[in-house]
Design a protein around this ligand. Sequence first.
Ligand code: FAD
Length: 435
Amino acid sequence: MINEKFDAIVVGAGMSGNAAAYTMASHGLNVLQLERGEYPGSKNVQGAIMYANMLEKIIPDFRDDAPLERHLVEQRLWVMDDTSHTGIHYRSDDFNEAKPNRYTIIRAQFDKWFSRKVREAGATVLCETTVTELVRDAKDKVVGVRTDRTGGEIFADVVVLAEGVSGLLGTRAGLREMPRPKSVALAVKEMHFLPEEVIEQRFGLKAGEGCVIEAVGTISRSMAGLGFLYTNKESISLGIGCLVSDFAARMESPYVLLDTLKNHPSIRPLIAGSEVKEYAAHLIPEGGYKAIPQLFGDGWVVVGDAAQLNNAVHREGSNLAMTSGRIAAEAIVQVKSRKRPMTKQNLALYKTMLNKSFVIKDLKKYKDMPTLLHTNSRNFFTTYPQLMSQAAQNFMRVDGTPKIDKEKATTTAFIKARSRWGLLSDVVRLTCAWR
Ligand SMILES: Cc1cc2nc3c(=O)[nH]c(=O)nc-3n(C[C@H](O)[C@H](O)[C@H](O)COP(=O)(O)OP(=O)(O)OC[C@H]3O[C@@H](n4cnc5c(N)ncnc54)[C@H](O)[C@@H]3O)c2cc1C
């Protein structure tokens, strides 16, 4: 297939792989990137919010030509029951800054653009090529890869595993465990197409501005889960995800959840008249700090979702992917410039550098994410959303009931549902899990 030996082979052309390949190629390394999809982005699913700060550290002038949808000026957090939502909305004109902080993107277009940058930086990118195996030498050091193309092995000093959460290469090679059902969420998403001006009118936006809604409550049927709605230029991404272990235990189907979300009276008017053109399902790593596998070894490093570097509590993934890809690449560039071999000992520099970044610092806050997400999930995803709705309605309905009686009714409803001790224990358990 290819006879030349490379400085680095990157497996995968998602956010982490592109960040790694771009950084190494722009530092003059001879890089080969292999992607199983027909084109970069063809296999990738994301909400998607892209965090500018992390891309700026890789491609500072990305705003000149990256396919960006809308910059976000408003975020809505909704707690839903079956007929209502109680929400916090934050909107600020400060987000209409010269270099906005968060954008919605469409991954299929964005990944293609990122891949073009990787090629312009000098890397060789091969799509429709699945890496099937890692090649090791007699001392068990990874020295290259085998692919599904005829022609044998391709060699490199180091292999960057950027194969995403469902990549099988690292697990097959025994470098990490298969993600456990309680450490991964399954998310389903639809793209609802509407004219640009309809979206702007419905969400009160000016041209280019965007709004996102994130929602919890009865929509996830007591499972730990989150619904989301993101405005793109001419489409709305609408989706929902829950832990795989919950779907299995409750025999629930993600499609039914998405249908319920679409038909919720708070969501239905926002997507009315839209044309659904795309449907996708994908896993999201949600294991937190404890689930992070060994990140480096003799001749290899692992980055992004494949390394469980995903912050489910803050719904951040692509930024951790880009940052881990960039940092791994910078570590490799340093090892190379010191003329050292790509051994486990030398590649430990990646972990040292990653530990100093927000990636590990943020994930350390959520040591055991599955426990946090499962802390009394029935109460947090069903009972409290229902009680909040009842309390809000009771407060707003003017029907001659004295206010003192309304307050008593609300307090009684909460205590009846959970008892004083139940309420206290939920708060304590959530606080402990959070810490
Ligand atoms: C529904 C949904 C919504 C999300 N929303 C957001 C959001 O709003 N904001 C955010 O920051 N994050 C979000 N995320 C998370 C984000 O998408 C991921 O964190 C990010 O894509 C991880 O990047 P990655 O490069 O590690 O993996 P991926 O993007 O999954 O890329 C892996 C690539 O490797 C390729 N590959 C796999 N195996 C092989 C092989 N053997 N050979 C060759 N190629 C291979 C795949 O085809 C793929 O292109 C969301 C995820 C989902 C599923």
